[in-house]
Write a protein that binds this ligand. Structure first.
Ligand SMILES: Nc1ncnc2c1ncn2[C@@H]1O[C@H](COP(=O)(O)OP(=O)(O)OP(=O)(O)O)[C@@H](O)[C@H]1O
Ligand SMILES: [Mg+2]
Length: 501
């Protein structure tokens, strides 16, 4: 454990006594933070611990109630994002901040733009995005990008700012092992060049492998400060959660013989091609693959968000041909979307309303909404998810990123569906709450439901799924029974295909 940064070096950034309250919540209660050039500081804590709020203060997006910030030993007022940027602080926010109707290259240079030098900016965009090993057409509209691709663009946009301090607030939640590895290399290089980096992630392996020091926040205060080389995963969890965790994954349930979902020759253009698989009652089928391999696109066909141009789907023996998510739902297929902001939540409505909207039929009688029933059901699910019950009437926008995800989950749990599609179900969710979600998914399969789970987190897929499908170039490149002999390497080799380096 340590209390200061490298002794010989003066930190280039100091935050002292930072406080921030929101109505009913003390988000930060006097936090100190030191950061030196050429170091990567990990910032961890449970959902709602205050990580993003602290970084919003540092990037000028939020003004603190008390406390001071020193850059290069001088006090500085970061009263706006522009001011922070001009002071050399670049941030990749947890929630996507790209403008959906603009093209990739236009989004990249939004902040820094003087006059438009289109050809150069397009080229620069291609180069920066390429650094992360992803091929994205700079002319594409951002609304047509997958969440993972958007994350890549966000990272690239922050890299083109001439920054001394770089903040990354959960940048890898949708990235697969390969893109994350590239990012790690890139950060290593920036660090060597003297950049000071703050890295927030719920993927504790990344924190342990990538960072030099780790600061743990709990309930808006600093709980611990560690030199990364001196700690293990269990130390981090204990510090974040306050106790040891029993296990990472609940035991797998046994699937039944009845096939609930049967997909045959499913396709749409080049995104998804000739996909065939079955899911039995009580079974979890995990789907994984690199960014752009077609995982999310496949789920969109299954849930009716896009319409398949080829192939057939059957649900419990009946043909399924959804032309919208609503139609899919009517036939018993529901989907937990990947992008909670765009697809999932009504951010300005209360937590309770968000929970109730898709479940209205269950809580209304003669057209009247029975608030008591609604609240009672909500409270039950919320407590299962460990969502704070005193936040029921707060607007969804005021929840931390991970708690928004939990809310979405609670909402879908309440539905009566046979087939449940999960797209990155634990994206942005802390290690303790993750376990709760895994238990809930197990509960669903124990009830005989069929689950299809897309995840870029391989350990999650291997911990939860009965079978694993690996996608590459829009099609299923391999299928594995999830036995103890199966290794992450085997899966990654298939995912990389010939591109393996
Ligand atoms: N705009 C807001 N209005 C009201 N409360 C807020 C607002 N933003 C954050 N909060 C609250 O402040 C606390 C800290 O939230 P913050 O987003 O900083 O957490 P976090 O550590 O980033 O969590 P996560 O891991 O889920 O992203 C939470 O209780 C959250 O609900
Ligand atoms: Mg956050």
């Amino acid at each position: 454990m340590c209390k200061s940064t490298t002794d010989a070096q003066q930190p280039i950034l100091k935050m002292r006594g930072i406080c921030k309250a929101y109505p009913g919540v003390q988000a930060l209660g006097g936090v100190d933070l030191d950061l030196s050039s050429g170091e990567i500081l990990g910032l961890v804590g449970e959902n709602g611990a205050g990580k993003s709020t602290l970084m919003k203060v540092l990037s000028g997006a939020t003004y603190p109630d008390a406390g001071q910030i020193f850059l290069h030993q001088r006090p500085c007022e970061l009263e706006s994002p522009r001011r922070a940027r001009d002071s050399g602080i670049a941030i990749i926010h947890q929630e996507m901040s790209l403008i959906p109707t603009l093209r990739v290259w236009e989004n990249m240079f939004l902040a820094s733009r003087g006059w438009v030098r289109r050809a150069e900016e397009v080229e620069e965009t291609r180069k920066l995005v390429g650094l992360l090993g992803v091929d994205i057409d700079p002319h594409k509209l951002c609304r047509d990008l997958s969440v993972a691709e958007q994350q890549v663009v966000e990272i690239a946009a922050a890299l083109q700012i001439d920054a001394q301090v770089l903040i990354l607030d959960e940048p890898t939640t949708a990235l697969s092992a390969r893109e994350a590895e590239r990012l790690q290399k890139l950060l290593g290089k920036l660090k060597q060049d003297g950049m000071a980096i703050i890295y927030i992630s719920h993927r504790l392996e990344e924190i342990l492998e990538w960072t030099d020091r780790v600061q743990v926040l709990r309930d808006g205060c600093t709980e611990d400060m560690f030199h990364t080389s001196q700690i293990e995963r269990a130390d981090l969890i204990r510090s974040m959660v306050g106790e040891d965790l029993v296990g990472e994954f609940p035991p797998r349930s046994r699937s039944k013989e009845q096939v609930l979902l049967s997909v045959s020759g499913l396709g749409r253009g080049n995104d998804v091609r000739s996909v065939c698989f079955d899911v039995k009652a009580g079974e979890i089928v995990g789907i994984t693959g690199l960014v752009g391999s077609g995982r999310s696109e496949l789920l969109r066909l299954l849930c009716g968000a896009d319409v398949a141009t080829e192939g057939t789907m059957m649900i419990d023996g009946t043909a399924l041909r959804p032309r919208s998510p609503r139609e899919a739902l009517e036939q018993g297929v529901c989907m937990l979307p990947e992008d909670r902001k765009a697809d999932g939540l009504f951010l300005e409505r209360s937590v309770r309303e968000n929970f109730a909207v898709p479940n209205l039929h269950r809580f209304s009688r003669f057209g009247l909404i029975r608030e008591a029933a609604e609240s009672a059901a909500f409270r039950r699910y919320a407590s299962q998810m460990k969502l704070a019950s005193d936040r029921v009437e707060s607007r969804a926008v005021t929840l931390s990123g991970g708690n928004q995800q939990k809310l979405l989950f609670a909402r879908w749990l309440c539905r009566e569906c046979q087939v449940i599609l999960l797209d990155e179900p634990t994206r942005g969710i802390d290690v303790a709450a993750r376990y709760e979600i895994y238990q809930l998914v197990r509960m669903l399969t124990d009830e005989g439901k069929a689950v299809v789970m897309v995840s870029s987190d391989l350990s999650e897929v291997m911990g939860m799924a009965n079978r694993i499908l690996v996608m590459r170039h829009g099609t299923i490149a391999a299928e594995f029974e999830n036995q103890s002999s199966l290794s992450q390497r085997q899966i990654m080799d298939v995912a990389f295909g010939n591109e393996s380096s």
